[in-house]
Design a protein around this ligand. Structure first.
Ligand code: SAM
Ligand code: FES
Length: 344
């Protein structure tokens, strides 16, 4: 496997069979992490970029089988943040050193283009030195364009899986794999920095589907890739399914770093949820971003995508301090920076 890891580091691509072999035999994980850390350090030194996550609505018109805020979860306590709430989060975040804000939410029809343009323009006007990332799911080209023109510069839309048959197992038939992928290419064409991604260990995922994820990422060439373990939520059809593992998530992070050396790669909250030192381990496997929560504490628990999500009771300032300490404990430090991709 040494040979395939070296080849990936050298060529930044592998054949499908090589991906399958390298994901199946994970005996050289330590060597992979060493190379991935070395690569991340070459591009980003010991800086870990931060993104302040604002979970501004948990209403969603979709019914993804894995997700705790799916439409059919009647027990979800729904909320929307007002424009003032969102601006408060940004103000507090800016003071704490965040220079990227991520507006994330369910697919909530209340947030029309007009309302979003309003919010985005206000953030852009107040914080010209900050990046603004959106993560609002699938919208039309016209809508993505309007939001971009209003000042959003990045968009996160996990593809969830690049295996169409697997996509159908994770989503009801009203959702389409084709449209999800189309959205990602549209976002790229418009000029957003784009992030795709997938859950590790989602029900029905195979080594072959993970190989397809890697092929898809090679083709799309996104600036960011968000991956984290699947974690079951008790109010979903997948409540009794097994969660993804730390081991495989870290391994995929290492592979992604070698596939695209300047990738913005978060050590996710889901990883921190299934392992108390998951985020530190993620950085040591090649990740270079963390995304602490800036949402008001009163709504945190309500944005419950999966069970036992961490940091739901902490103030934003506590999370920043906590993460700083965690990163320093492994020789890294949180950067006060927009955190754009390094030149490759
Ligand atoms: N609505 C937007 C979208 O579809 O991209 C953004 C919000 S969505 C809840 C954000 C991400 O959470 C999804 O892309 C999915 O990968 C992740 N997620 C949802 N349920 C999860 C679960 N049970 N375990 C781990 N991750 C989950
Ligand atoms: Fe939120 Fe540690 S990051 S408490």
């Amino acid at each position: 496997m040494h040979r395939l890891i070296d080849r990936l580091e050298d060529k930044h691509c592998l054949t499908n069979d090589e991906w399958i072999a390298l994901i199946t035999d994970r005996s050289e994980a330590e060597y992979l992490f060493e190379r991935a850390r070395f690569t991340a350090k070459q591009y980003y030194g010991n800086a870990v970029y931060t993104r302040g996550l604002i979970e501004f609505t948990n209403y969603c018109k979709n019914n993804c089988y894995y997700c705790g805020i799916r439409r059919d979860n009647r027990n979800a306590d729904r909320y929307r943040l007002s424009r003032e709430d969102i601006m408060d989060c940004c103000r507090q975040g800016y003071e704490l050193g965040f220079r990227t804000f991520v507006l994330q939410g369910g697919e909530d029809l209340y947030y029309t283009d007009e309302r979003l343009v309003d919010i985005i323009s206000e953030i852009r006007g107040h914080y010209p030195d900050c990046a603004l990332t959106l993560s609002l799911g699938e919208r039309s080209r016209e809508s993505y364009q309007k939001l971009f023109d209003a000042g959003a510069d990045r968009y996160l839309l996990r593809h969830e899986t690049a295996d169409e048959a697997h996509y159908k197992k994770l989503h009801p038939s009203e959702m389409s794999y084709e449209n999800r992928i189309k959205c990602l290419y549209t976002l790229k064409e418009i000029g957003y920095q784009v992030g795709c991604g997938f859950m590790v260990g989602s029900p029905g995922q195979t080594i072959e589907s993970l190989a397809k994820d890697m092929q898809f990422i090679t083709e799309l060439q996104p600036q960011m890739v968000g991956i984290g373990p699947f974690v079951p939520h008790h109010e979903t059809p997948f409540s009794d399914e097994t969660k993804g593992t730390v081991e495989l998530t870290l391994y995929m992070l290492g592979l992604l770093r070698l596939l695209k050396p300047n990738l913005l790669l978060p050590a996710t909250t889901a990883l921190g949820t299934i392992d108390p030192r998951g985020r530190e381990k993620g950085i040591l496997a090649g990740a270079n971003v963390v995304m602490p929560n800036l949402s008001p504490t009163r709504v945190r628990k309500k944005y419950e995508l999966y069970d036992n999500k961490i940091c739901t009771g902490d103030e934003a300032a506590e999370c920043r301090t906590c993460l700083n300490r965690r990163m320093e404990s492994i020789g890294y430090e949180l950067a006060v920076d927009r955190g754009d991709p390094a030149q490759q």
